[in-house]
Design a protein around this ligand. Structure first.
Ligand code: GLU
Length: 269
């Protein structure tokens, strides 16, 4: 398994996913310091020669904060309207923060059809490749404004795995509000321990528990689904705590951080 950490060190195309609970305070307002750390770290890695793709949640959550709503609505039409408000705010901030570090970002909003319909998939892939060739950092979210039940991906954990596969990424890093996958519920058991490496995702399904935070959509269940998608496409995935985005440097130095889900390429080696 040492080979896997060597390969992670060499990863040149990296998809980073960041969730709403990492980008916002419990008040719903933006966590500016963290977004700045994210922009600085990703810009620095990009400057070092790596292709970076950011999958960012937060559109709906940020609109909840901006419009002063007491909680996240459940009705699709309201969420669609909020996403239109929040996506704008989100990209405004990313554009500003990444510009501070002399990096250019681009917005890509996707629905399930853009990945499922071969012609649209090819177009999407070609746009990603062109942006990456131009030295731009694509920032991806689901197109929540037009997403309805039939065409929604539903959560950005799965979206990030789909994007990783679309762009042929070497590594997917999912930043969450938890350090990784635990062997028991850390909210209940004080001696719960992080599982550093998972080779068989099915064997840890029972540890996933329920839904995630109030702000976001995903929880551990969607993260394991994403890990499975990525693993089947030959991509290693790491879950790490978004409190410490700079751990990306450690990850890319081949140090164990959070939980690593091993891609199928390494099994039975
Ligand atoms: N696309 C949603 C948003 O930007 C987030 C989905 C998720 O949290 O997984 O608000």
């Amino acid at each position: 398994m040492n080979k896997i950490y060597d390969d992670i060190k060499k990863a040149s195309r990296i998809v980073v996913k960041i969730g709403t609970s990492t980008l916002t305070y419990p008040t719903g307002k933006m966590h500016i310091k963290r977004i700045d750390t994210l922009a600085r770290t990703l810009s620095d890695l990009h400057n070092s020669g790596k292709d970076i793709i950011l999958v960012s949640s937060g559109a709906i959550g940020i609109a909840v904060g901006k419009l002063g709503l007491s909680e996240k609505p459940t009705e699709t039409n309201i969420k669609q309207a909020l996403a239109a408000v929040g996506q704008c705010e989100l990209m405004y901030l990313y554009d500003k923060m990444f510009s501070e570090y002399n990096n250019t970002v681009a917005q890509i909003l996707l629905t399930k059809d853009d990945i499922a319909i071969p012609k649209r998939k090819r177009n999407t892939q070609s746009t990603f490749n062109m942006l990456l060739d131009m030295g731009i950092i694509p920032i991806v979210n689901e197109n929540d404004t037009v997403s309805t039940d039939e065409i929604e991906i539903g959560d950005n954990d799965n979206l990030s795995a789909m994007v990783a596969s679309l762009v042929n990424a070497d590594l997917l890093v999912v930043f969450s509000d938890i350090d990784g996958l635990y062997d028991s519920d850390p909210h209940v058991k004080r001696d719960a321990k992080i599982i550093p490496i998972v080779e068989d995702i099915e064997s840890v399904r029972s540890l996933a528990g329920g839904a995630g935070t109030k702000q976001g959509t995903g929880g551990m269940v969607t993260k394991l689904d994403a890990a499975e998608l990525a693993a089947n496409d030959g991509i290693n995935m790491i879950i790490a705590n978004g409190n410490n985005i700079e751990k990306l440097y450690d990850i890319l130095e081949g140090k164990p951080v959070g939980t690593l889900f091993v891609s199928k390429n390494y099994i039975h080696e």
